[in-house]
Design a protein around this ligand. Structure first.
Ligand SMILES: NC(=O)c1ccc[n+]([C@@H]2O[C@H](COP(=O)([O-])OP(=O)(O)OC[C@H]3O[C@@H](n4cnc5c(N)ncnc54)[C@H](O)[C@@H]3O)[C@@H](O)[C@H]2O)c1
Length: 264
């Protein structure tokens, strides 16, 4: 690549000097988000409950010449997120980019979903987003610098997807909250967007992707394959970078191999 092309891409997508907090950076897609942000020059806080996975992601980014650290936090606990905010302050860092990517899934038949399962799913998939936006979003506003929040929704939040009732309800709510915060925080130059991945094999959907389910998914996916986590990097960098996505807020970028475009 020519020096001119490198300089151009750097000016549009470069994140040098920015700090990115990736909640759920310990997971399959979250790890890919961390790689993308670290690769573009951001300092990455890999946030989650699984220390082995989180340290692994941070080590991978650092070994490639990037900058990353693991921070343990349960995203359903306000106190953990407040500690994260305090950690950023003590390191004299702003939260420039926040990704809300913690999530769980379940395919329990609707009449068998018990109160515990419903509460657990809402707690992790929805309340986590609410809490992180409150605790870290407040700091982003106070910093008076432009920022980007990316909420990880799902195609199941946009259309009725069989078997995953509670999951889909949480993701529809995440999309709605995303638009409402985009409206609310535009005057503070905090952009709030969502990405909606289609089907990417990961830990949280391992049990959901049964052979008959996979066959149905492929029949309904024009690209006839699962997505690969690195294929979300472009959407993440577009939304994270103020140069690339500075006028994009309240949007939802769908990365699903054409699943939601498909009828017959
Ligand atoms: N994989 C897909 O096909 C797909 C599609 C659409 C949306 N998503 C969403 O992408 C996000 C990432 O999921 P994934 O597919 O990589 O699954 P994953 O299971 O690999 O990753 C999820 C991560 O979230 C973490 N997590 C769960 N609860 C947490 C909590 N309370 N506090 C902190 N971390 C917590 C887990 O430890 C894990 O590291 C989720 O929001 C998921 O709903 C995934």
């Amino acid at each position: 690549m020519s020096e001119q092309a490198k300089a151009y891409l750097e000016s549009v997508f470069g994140l040098e000097g920015k700090t990115a907090v990736v909640i759920g950076g310990t997971g399959t897609l979250g790890g890919a988000f961390c790689d993308a942000l670290g690769g573009a020059g951001a300092h990455v806080l890999v946030v989650g409950r699984n220390e082995d996975h989180g340290q692994g992601v941070a080590k991978r980014i650092n070994s490639r010449g990037g900058s990353a650290e693991f921070c343990r936090a349960d995203s359903t606990r306000r106190a953990d997120l407040e500690s994260l905010a305090a950690h950023l302050k003590s390191a004299d860092r702003n939260c420039d980019i926040l990704i809300n990517g913690a999530g769980i899934n379940s395919a329990t038949p609707f009449l068998e979903i018990d109160d515990d399962e419903w509460d657990r799913m809402l707690n992790i998939n929805l309340r986590s987003v609410h809490l992180a936006c409150q605790v870290l979003g407040k700091e982003m506003i106070a910093s008076k610098t432009p920022g980007s929040i990316i909420n990880v929704a799902s195609l199941s939040g946009m259309t009725a997807l069989s078997r995953v009732f509670t999951y889909s309800a949480t993701k529809a709510a995440v999309l709605n909250l995303t638009q409402n915060l985009a409206r609310e925080w535009a005057p503070h130059r905090i952009r709030v967007n969502a990405i909606s991945p289609g089907f990417f094999p990961a830990e949280q959907n391992r049990k959901v992707l049964t052979p008959d389910r996979v066959e149905n998914i492929m029949r309904h996916t024009p690209m006839d394959r699962f997505g690969e986590p690195h294929e979300l990097a472009g959407a993440i960098l577009l939304l994270a970078s103020n140069a690339a996505g500075g006028f994009v807020t309240g949007a939802n970028i769908v990365v699903d191999g054409g699943f939601t475009a498909m009828t017959i």
